[in-house]
Design a protein around this ligand. Sequence first.
Ligand code: SIN
Ligand code: CO
Length: 382
Amino acid sequence: MYLLDNIDKQQFIRQYWQKKPLVIKQGFDNFIDPLDENDLAGLSQEPTVDSRIVSLTANAWQVSHGPFEDVNAYCLGAWSLLVQSVDHFIPEADELMRAFDFIPHWRMDDLMVSFSNKDAGVGPHLDQYDVFIIQGKGSRRWQVGLPGDFDKINPHKDLAQISGFEPVIDQVLQPGDVIYIPANHPHNGVALEECLNYSVGFRAPSQQEMLSSLADFAIDNNLFNERYTDKELAPREFSGEIKQQEVVRFKQMLKQLLETDQFSNWTAQFLSQGGEKHEFEDQDIQNLSHQEIDDKLKAGIPFIRCPGIKAVFLEHPLYNIDNFMFYIQGEAFSVPCKDKELTLKFLHQPIFILENNQLDHCSVFFTELVTTMANLGYWYPE
Ligand code: SIN
Ligand code: CO
């Protein structure tokens, strides 16, 4: 289990989160890498995994995209192999990500892992996401600056870099050290030797993404069909003119929609879609009966949450108050409210074992829920 140390998490949120970069020396004591470069190279061969190699040879940057049949063919000069969503494939990587659970699930994106040789990096750049970067084996020099207006350069069409930032942090990270880089803070990491880095990324949705998702939700659920009315139509000299009061009425109609229960449900559904969607292989999908799951639960068999699966729910559900609703990857699930406590335990723990004193609370609905989760591949009995 990975525990983040040497940091007061509440103080971190107050003073640093989205505000200032920070180095947490020995955030992980005696850090053990959850994987090695061979695992990473193996993942980069998979067609469902998003990977790239960034290399610099004789002042020329090159970016190649996976899947890579032969990784070595692209590892020229100073190079980094970067693989996205490693938390979905390697349970220990998912465990490492969980050490950052003090930031809500819905903000979490994925765990990107990179392996670099000496002098490698992706160059100075900005990211739109907040990130904690954990130093695995090896050491790397990190420079981080403050937001500003930087010249943008594209030394390769798939590589966005910037020039000329003044670092406010310039430190060499050793295994177990962690650096927090808020969104839009310029940074540059250069490997001093072969090294592994783990980037826990946090996404924040844009207004454009919200609107696009809300429109899909409205269409899919046949919602927000109210039409504009104008019994008090204002006279005007030019029929092409749109009156200010008409613009105001449009705003009112949209504001009304924000106050509905459906809007809250859309929020939960939307925020459960953060990060890469976990794609299940056929062999992950089981067909267990309600009775089989009931027997396993009551026999104390552990149910293991598939890496990368994160459930979200509303603090104050407005709609459907008889049921506790939660969302995984954009899909809604529910149990009667009396099963909420046990369901929360099930969702929260990476390994769930029904304890003797919970047997009485294990209703047919809860067992049905576990059956659904297992048959979707989200949880599996050991
Ligand atoms: C890396 O791990 O090589 C790059 C991380 C970053 O700077 O975003
Ligand atoms: Co970055």
